[in-house]
Design a protein around this ligand. Structure first.
Ligand code: S3P
Length: 456
């Protein structure tokens, strides 16, 4: 899908964003491995979540009907080698996803490969699940996922006792799971995916499992495990759990703050006031609001409930009179890792240079995001570049042009939002890839008042 954005519109209104991808992956896994049934609302229709649901359907005979109805019974990739899928089922925020669990012993060898599509979180978390399941599983993914590093998750799972073979460090991954022992593992890079894979496997290990991180990362796994009664101790950046068989649960997946970030930026760049309702406000996910506050964007977040331990509420964005440059330090980066694309594109409109320090992890996301950002900024008439592992963006404005998202959902959305404040119309190609995390992204902006024409 190619779109043309005409800058200059004001946005107005209030809306909800699709459910949180990170939380939904975890809840689907925990529902499938629970002892009895779970009832989930707000599970997003995003392609990544359909991939996880379809893999779990293959592993869990009893959970299969609910999971298959959700996943459309096929791998979900932005370039669509999946099957047709009923948007009515997965798309409606109030659609109920019921997953029947039979505990960990209810998992069975899948007849087919587990196709994780475009999703690194699906692949790494499912590596943890299959490491604890006493049979052979093969995890595959699309072209982008097959380039991403997988030894980082294979190594600790081997140390726990699973046999895990990567393909030169990448997917496909062949896992022979079985009896595991708890370990103490220090992750060399801050990564919530690896931490979560080890903790999930630790639910079935003999003895306690500890993960230590070099810097804090999102803690949705720890939050959910604690809410499910798993014995868990947290101390700074260290977490220890004991093996546990959890029961089923109920919850509504909070709106995805990483999707909300695009709308906050859109409001800020157009001087608009906006309310985003029912969004996840877990502090390990809202650090981007602190960065945006330094850039001059005033927001107010009000927690009004919790869902399986996760804080949820509304987020209000005040009209902004212009954005400023900032510096995102190496300590802060892991907590805004998914928001760097939108923060960087906002920074093209800031007065001064914005730095993102030690951002090398962005090279191994859905695309090489440092290269994609530098290229897109140049294509749209802005200025910025990569210096070692740092990204610097000059607040020179965007003069307009055409940019290509390169199969990366967050890059696509960041280009579209930055275009709302460009000096001339902008075209962005490959915007359909936004469905990976934010189905309905373009219609949502149009409903708020943005001038975006779909060219085909
Ligand atoms: C995620 C963790 C992050 C993030 C990804 C989702 C998760 O990846 O970039 O979008 O759900 O655990 P890393 O753990 O590789 O940093």
């Amino acid at each position: 899908m190619r779109v043309r954005i005409t800058p200059g519109s004001r946005l107005r209104g209030s809306l909800a964003v699709p459910g949180d991808k990170s939380i939904a992956h975890r809840w689907l896994i925990l529902a499938t491995t629970a002892q009895d049934s779970s009832h989930l609302l707000g599970v997003p229709a995003s392609l990544d979540i359909r991939s996880t649901a379809s893999c779990l359907a293959r592993l869990a005979p009893k959970g299969r009907p609910g999971l298959e109805a959700w996943s459309g019974n096929g791998a979900a990739t932005p370039h669509g080698h999946g099957s047709t899928w009923n948007a009515q089922v997965g798309g409606a925020p109030d659609a109920l996803l019921e997953v029947e669990g039979e505990g960990w012993p209810g998992l069975a060898e899948a007849a087919e490969n587990l196709d994780c599509g475009n999703s690194g979180t699906a692949m790494r978390l499912l590596a943890g699940v299959t490491a604890a399941a006493p049979f052979r599983s093969v995890l595959t993914g699309d072209e982008s996922l097959a380039t991403r590093p997988m030894e980082r998750v294979a190594e600790p799972l081997r140390a726990m006792g699973a046999t895990v073979a990567t393909t030169d460090g990448h997917a496909p991954i062949v896992v022979h799971g079985g009896a595991l022992s708890g370990i103490t593992y220090a992750t060399p890079v801050p990564t919530a995916q690896v931490k979560s894979a080890v903790l999930v496997a630790g639910l079935r290990a003999e003895g306690p499992t500890t993960v230590r991180e070099p810097a804090p990362t999102r803690d949705h796994t720890e939050v959910a495990l604690a809410a499910l009664g798993v014995p868990i101790e947290r101390d700074g950046t260290s977490v220890t759990i004991e093996p546990f068989q959890h029961r089923g649960f109920e919850g509504r997946v909070p709106g995805d703050p990483s999707s909300a970030a695009f709308l906050v930026a859109a409001a800020a760049l157009t001087g608009s006031e906006l309310t985003i309702t029912g969004v996840g406000l877990n502090p390990t996910r809202t650090r981007f609001l602190d960065v945006m506050a330094r850039m001059g964007v005033r927001t107010e977040a009000r927690v009004d409930r919790t869902e399986l331990g996760e804080p949820v509420g509304d987020l209000w964005v005040a009209p902004c009179e212009g954005v400023r440059a900032t510096r995102v330090s190496e300590d802060e980066l892991p907590l805004v890792v998914d928001e760097v694309p939108i923060l960087a594109m906002m920074a093209t409109h800031a007065a001064g240079d914005t730095w993102f320090l030690d951002a090398g992890e962005l090279r191994v996301k859905e695309s090489d995001r440092l290269a994609a950002l530098a290229r897109g900024i140049a294509d749209l008439g802005g200025a910025g570049g990569v210096e070692g592992d740092d990204l610097v963006v000059a607040g020179a404005g965007l003069t307009g042009g055409t940019a290509y998202a390169g199969g990366d959902h967050r890059i696509a959305m960041a280009f579209v939002v930055a275009a709302l404040a460009a000096g001339a119309p902008v075209e962005v190609d490959d915007v359909g890839v936004a469905d990976v995390s934010f189905p309905g992204f373009v219609p949502a902006l149009v409903a708020l008042g943005a001038s975006i024409e779909v060219l085909g």
